[in-house]
Design a protein around this ligand. Structure first.
Ligand SMILES: [Fe+2]
Length: 253
């Protein structure tokens, strides 16, 4: 081998060594980057987990707050017992029968639970009066949806709940209160709630009358189809089994 050939072979070896070194450095860099990315991913997973736990805590606090307010309203009325909780469960079931998955939307459930919060402004002597109400007393009671709405309207986390509080006494034919909304102008959650509320009111003992059986409540609700109540909601309710409502009643009483 000539001297020139030896030197070019050495150059080649040198170049291969240099390339190997460069490759090893790149691989080390890549491994370091991969480690870094994995650390970032782990950090992100941890942050996400913490955020989810915080969101859950916040939701739990909202529920606890709403339940406390609900209990404050119901504590005054020995007759209705857990009316709000029961009626919320009925309304969630009826909603689901018309394709509304409200169980995953706490705002709607908050509205069901807080619907009568405005009754805090109605004196006990009127709220618990067994005799028929005077027109003035009736006016006072009929202010409770607006009073309730005034109480909750600044509470952002209640969102759509505020619609139920304000509109749960509207009627399909427009003769309800407080705004005389008619048909589909009434929020759907309030239309569903109206049926659930009537079902619970009729099947619970009140100061002025005994509880009716569910069959009697069904008859009265059917008679008010298209006048007081949304026909679609009444039809869905009519197809739901008694056992469903009896089960809720047995569980929440
Ligand atoms: Fe009400």
């Amino acid at each position: 081998m000539s001297g020139a050939e030896t030197s070019s072979l050495d150059d080649l070896r040198g170049e291969v060594e240099r390339l190997r070194g460069a490759l090893a450095a790149r691989e080390a860099q890549a491994a370091e980057k991969e480690d870094q990315l994995q650390r970032y991913a782990a950090d992100l997973r941890e942050t996400f987990k913490e955020e989810r736990a915080r969101a859950q805590q916040l939701r739990d606090s909202y529920f606890a707050t709403v339940r406390a307010l609900t209990n404050a309203v119901e504590a005054r009325d020995a007759y209705t017992g857990k009316h709000a909780e029961r009626v919320a469960a009925y309304a969630l079931e009826i909603g689901s029968a018309i394709g509304q998955q409200w169980a995953g939307h706490p705002e709607i459930e908050f509205g069901f639970l807080l619907h009568d919060i405005g009754k805090v402004a109605v004196p006990d002597s009127i709220l618990h009066k067994p005799e028929p109400l005077t027109p003035h007393e009736r006016d006072l009671i009929q202010q409770h949806p607006v009073t309730g709405w005034e109480i909750v309207r600044q509470v952002d986390f209640l969102g759509a709940a505020r619609d139920v509080v304000r509109h749960h006494h509207e009627r399909w034919d427009g003769d309800g209160y407080p705004d005389g909304l008619k048909g589909e102008d009434i929020p759907l959650s309030a239309r569903v709630f109206a049926v659930a509320d009537t079902l619970d009111a009729l099947t619970t003992t009140r100061p002025y009358r005994a509880a009716s059986p569910i069959s009697e409540a069904r008859k009265l609700i059917q008679e008010a189809r298209g006048t007081q109540f949304d026909p679609t909601v009444v039809d869905a309710f009519a197809n739901m089994p008694d056992e469903l409502f009896e089960g809720i009643r047995a569980e929440i009483s």
